[in-house]
Design a protein around this ligand. Structure first.
Ligand SMILES: Cc1cc2nc3c(=O)[nH]c(=O)nc-3n(C[C@H](O)[C@H](O)[C@H](O)COP(=O)(O)O)c2cc1C
Length: 182
């Protein structure tokens, strides 16, 4: 599949079958994340891979916020927690000067690399941002300097031949400014 095909085929997958994802496949998606670009090459991303069923349940029941239906995530055989570790000097200094908090961009890019690699392999994913970072951190045993920012579910889609409908996107006209104007 071309990159364009992978991008256009990807959907948030919220229904998985029970097949486990091999360690090799998990490492492949993590390698794709690792290759992401980052401001000053600081690579602030950190990952926790959770396959144990009890620990996944604990994350979903206690590390997710209420208000959005998230029971479907119990069916995902792998949860990847995406964390952010700021560098003391580069990140703190850069944001003061530029007023742009680069690590958030960096970890978003890494997460989407992971998602697109998974898509190419036929694996389903869904970003989950409705999380409780401090609770996640204590469940994972991560130190204070790693901030859990999101979870990505990973697994084999229950209905690969009947993927979720494409959700609408804004038109280019609504999101692009051309210079000179067209
Ligand atoms: C940063 C981020 C956070 C998200 N958080 C959640 C979430 O907490 N729960 C959920 O079910 N979907 C979540 N999503 C998935 C979005 O709802 C989904 O990407 C969007 O509706 C577009 O649909 P599509 O991914 O199928 O194209 C999140 C996506 C992103 C990128």
């Amino acid at each position: 599949m071309s990159v364009a095909e992978v991008i256009s085929k990807r959907r948030s997958c919220r229904a998985y079958n029970e097949d486990p994802v091999s360690r090799e496949d998990i490492e492949k998606v993590l390698h794709a994340a690792r290759l992401a670009p980052s401001a000053c090459n600081q690579q602030p991303w950190r990952f926790a891979v959770v396959t144990d069923s009890q620990q996944r349940t604990e994350i979903i029941e206690h590390g997710f916020r209420v208000g959005i239906k998230m029971e479907w995530a119990l069916g995902a055989p792998v949860l990847i927690v995406l964390g952010m570790k700021r560098s003391l000097i580069v990140h703190r200094a850069a944001v003061k000067v530029s007023k742009i908090d680069y690590p958030w961009m960096d970890i978003g890019i890494a997460g989407e690399h992971l998602v697109l690699q998974a898509e190419e392999m036929g694996l389903g994913t869904c970003w989950i941002g409705w999380v409780k970072p401090r609770r996640l951190r204590s469940i994972l045993g991560w130190p204070k300097d790693i901030y859990p920012a999101a979870v990505i579910t990973l697994g084999w889609p229950e209905n690969p031949d009947d993927p979720p409908k494409a959700r609408p996107r804004k038109d280019l006209d609504d999101i692009v400014t051309w210079l000179p104007s067209q």
